[in-house]
Design a protein around this ligand. Sequence first.
Ligand SMILES: [Zn+2]
Length: 415
Amino acid sequence: MPLEPPRELLVTDPNAAGILGQLMADRNRFAVAALRPDFDRTPPAMIADRLRLSSPGTGDDRRPLDSWLVMAAPTSDEPLSPDTWRGRLKPWNSQRLVVLLVGLPPDNAGWRGWVFQAGEVDPLAGFRIVAGGMPEAGGIDTYDAASDPKWSRTVKAVGETAFNKASRASVAVIGASRLGSAVAFQLAGVGVRRITLVDPDVLEPHNIVGSVGLRAEDSGEKKVLALARSLIAFRPDLAVTAVPYDFLDRRAKLHGADLIVSAVDRDAGRLAASHWARRHGAVHLDIGTGVTRQGIDRLLAADVRLFLPGAGCVRCVGGLGDLDQAEYELRAPPGAAPRRPPEKWDARGRLGSLPTLNALAASTGVQLWLDLLTCDLGGSAWHRVRWVPGKGLELAVARVTAGAECVACRRKNVA
Ligand SMILES: [Zn+2]
């Protein structure tokens, strides 16, 4: 039985903007990419990791089971029928070919796309270029949340296009405690409609006082369930999925996410979120906060890092305490004996946690993501926020890119 053809396309190449610019400048050129399916998404999608400018060739130049993408920006007087492209590119029935035409009228913003598979052709439902400042078009979800009057203030603040992108995005939040709850409520407050919460733990009284939206009687409840209930009370139109497992547990399965947020204490969780994001073409927002002692002073600090696929990750930009240990925790088979006792919560000089600092970090992270949706942010970014007692806020902001040797960012999947 043939697989359901994937209907959406994700292009995750960090250089997509430049390549698109070259296609628009020379309307006779083509960009080609190998495609890999993502059947964990509902509905399934195709991911193009690496575009290159090249002759498109034909199905005869490829292997029998290849999947590939051909992008072009043809002149408006070229015929735009799928039969023309099938005749030109000659995909075999055993292959899967996606043709995406961009830069069409009106105003170069029009597009057409088709999926050729098993001798059939289906229209491409939509495409998204997961890179700062890049467009998205079509898609299965066409709900126009911006027309709902309750969002009038928010829509004006971020713009209708970005607001609709946020409302159609699916977001996974790993860690549903103090920081995770602050992030989840902010996401719900900027219009996100689908949130998945992942956390295995049960609420204790010290979790409740530091979290957002929880009640004293939630003590003893699974964190994800109490937080989900509270989010739905806040926004009854929100679809919340509660996953009561550790993200490293194979049972913690996500059915697609456009943004994955790690708000966890352990580096293995950050690394797992980073791998997941890379595999599924998602944006990764990693947030960590801590109140530590430095000499005789307390230091309130947060690291907020937004990573686009292939453009830097927690592995290559630094910031993980012990990458080797995190790798071990991530890859050890279920039931394997621990290599060392788990690190105590207050290891590395950690004193405690503050809702003020968590709110600051959550706001910085969610706003970074909004900047990506408004196309104001063009790449991955790291914000280090410090509150120096008696002085106030100090900020360091850096753009980050993929490490030259990073096996995660520079994975090969080239046409
Ligand atoms: Zn990397």
